[in-house]
Design a protein around this ligand. Structure first.
Ligand SMILES: *[C@@H]1O[C@H](CO)[C@@H](O)[C@H](O)[C@H]1NC(C)=O
Ligand SMILES: *[C@@H]1O[C@H](CO)[C@@H](O)[C@H](O)[C@H]1NC(C)=O
Length: 270
């Protein structure tokens, strides 16, 4: 490939990537259930490579159409309203009619350092299913920032399945390399508390979205109408795969759990 040399070229997901992602969401093989309460289920999977964490979650969304969930996951303006863990998000450029690159940073439970990502996102509506797949990429103009740990998403995505006109099921699957070793309490807290809470937050945000969207550019949905996409065009050859080895390793394995902040309170402990 190009003169940029160092680094694996980026492949934009094709139909077979979407269908294998869907299979992973729907297949129970190899997954261990860790949590199941009030319509939310969480599974984890043991990896040979200890630093990589694989997590799958599912939530049943009564009174929310699949299309609405799909819009909520795409709508950056709306995300600023409901996603209180987010610090900043912006779009970087458009790759194709159904793929782009964006930046996202989020608050980690104290005393861990905050994380940020640059990801390629691609999406595909497929009959009753809607899919979004993200993975970390390197963009020369968006290097790791000071005060953040650049996190690596090997593969993260959403599958939304329609269960009738106003009911749907959302799957979230992630294979993240959080860089360095995370202490066990973090992993447990993600599957027992942070994860289910995040799924319920998406669900709640989706219940309110139709009303919000009616008042905020109701016809603007560039993920659905590519001609509305005003992002600058970028080429996949400007990107390389973000790999963990090229990043500074952070060891937070010795960090112990601190008293939590109000916004992140575990209801079972109050
Ligand atoms: C993946 O991309 C979707 C659509 O842009 C976004 O809503 C979601 O937050 C991203 N997830 C991650 C973990 O990057
Ligand atoms: C980006 O490329 C598409 C098609 O390749 C074109 O239709 C669109 O106008 C371009 N957008 C910009 C902002 O240049």
């Amino acid at each position: 490939w190009s003169s940029r040399g160092l680094g694996m070229p980026v492949q934009i997901p094709d139909d077979s990537d979407f269908s294998s992602f869907k299979d992973q969401c729907l297949s129970p093989d190899g997954w261990t259930s860790r949590y199941s309460k009030g319509g939310v289920t969480v599974w984890t999977r043991d990896q040979e490579n200890q630093t990589v964490q694989k997590l799958k979650m599912r939530i049943v969304c009564k009174d929310v159409a699949a299309e609405t969930l799909y819009d909520v996951l795409h709508d950056t303006s709306y995300r600023r309203k409901w996603d209180t863990n987010m610090i900043e998000t912006y779009d970087i450029g458009r790759l194709t009619v159904n793929a782009d690159v964006g930046y996202y940073s989020w608050k980690c439970p104290s005393p861990l350092k905050n994380r940020d990502f640059v990801t390629m996102r691609s999406w595909l509506p497929l009959g009753n299913d809607f899919l979004i797949i993200n993975s970390s990429v390197k963009h020369p103009q968006h290097p790791p920032k000071k005060n953040f740990v650049r996190a690596v998403s090997l593969l993260t995505g959403y599958l939304i399945q329609s269960d009738g006109a106003s009911c749907s099921t959302l799957y979230y699957l992630t294979q993240v390399d959080p860089r360095g070793s995370l202490p066990k309490w973090v992993v447990n807290r993600v599957s027992q508390f942070v994860g289910p809470k995040a799924m319920r937050k998406i669900y709640k945000a989706s219940l309110k979205y139709p009303d919000w969207k009616r008042k905020h550019d109701p016809w603007v949905k560039p993920w659905m109408f590519p001609e509305q996409n005003m992002l600058q065009n970028i080429s996949a050859s400007d990107l390389t795969l973000q790999r963990v080895e090229s990043l500074e390793n952070i060891d937070e394995s010795g960090v112990s759990e601190e008293k939590r902040q109000n916004s992140d309170k575990d209801p079972s402990s109050t």
